[in-house]
Design a protein. Structure first.
Length: 196
């Protein structure tokens, strides 16, 4: 009798193990199926900047601003994001706000060429010829004297110097100034970094 009981126990044992393993696997699969999906990996700062630049180039200033603010949430003081927020403000006609962004970018990185270029344009548009000259001279010191941007800036400096003390208009009309800001914002900042 005892041997019959042992035979039955040994016959049931593998089935019991298989049943328990199936229950465990089913429970794990059910939990995985009903658990909330993991959120996608957050974009990197360079990806966020690229997306924001794309919006800025398309004239979608609100979306660009959101993108640059997202960059600053991850990398407070990012000079590229600050500079481009300045460009958004300038395009909206908020020159003083734009200048605050440029100054903050330059406080973080005094050699950030893009901020120097754009600050000069904003100052010139406001009629601050001396300030524009100072910003553009700092920009020109960062690159070879025969580079196309330095040649352009030197022309602007000469024009601004001729206007010092004069009540003449600005070097660039607002539309031309915005065109220059857009041109620089669409170019790669690799050039800015390579100059260092």
């Amino acid at each position: 009798m005892e041997s019959q009981w042992l035979k039955k126990a040994f016959a049931i044992w593998p089935s019991t193990l298989l049943f328990l393993a199936g229950m465990a696997a089913g429970t794990l699969l059910t939990l995985r199926f009903f658990s909330p999906a993991s959120s996608p990996a957050p974009l990197s700062v360079p990806s966020l900047l690229q997306d924001a630049h794309s919006f800025l180039d398309k004239g979608q200033d609100g979306e660009a601003e959101k993108g640059y603010l997202s960059v600053l949430a991850r990398d407070p003081g990012n000079p590229e994001a600050l500079t481009h927020l300045g460009n958004v403000a300038f395009r909206r006609g908020e020159a003083d706000r734009a200048l605050r962004y440029y100054d903050e970018a330059l406080r973080r990185d005094p050699l950030y060429a893009h901020a120097l270029w754009d600050k000069g344009l904003a100052l010139q548009a406001k009629g601050d010829h001396a300030g524009a000259i100072k910003a553009w001279e700092a920009f020109a010191r960062l690159f070879p004297p025969d580079s196309s941007d330095v040649v352009t800036v030197k022309k602007w400096i000469a024009d601004a110097q001729s206007r010092l003390g004069s009540t003449k208009g600005v070097i660039l009309k607002p539309a031309e100034t915005l065109k220059e800001l857009s041109r620089r914002s669409s170019e790669s900042v690799v050039k800015d970094k390579a100059a260092r």
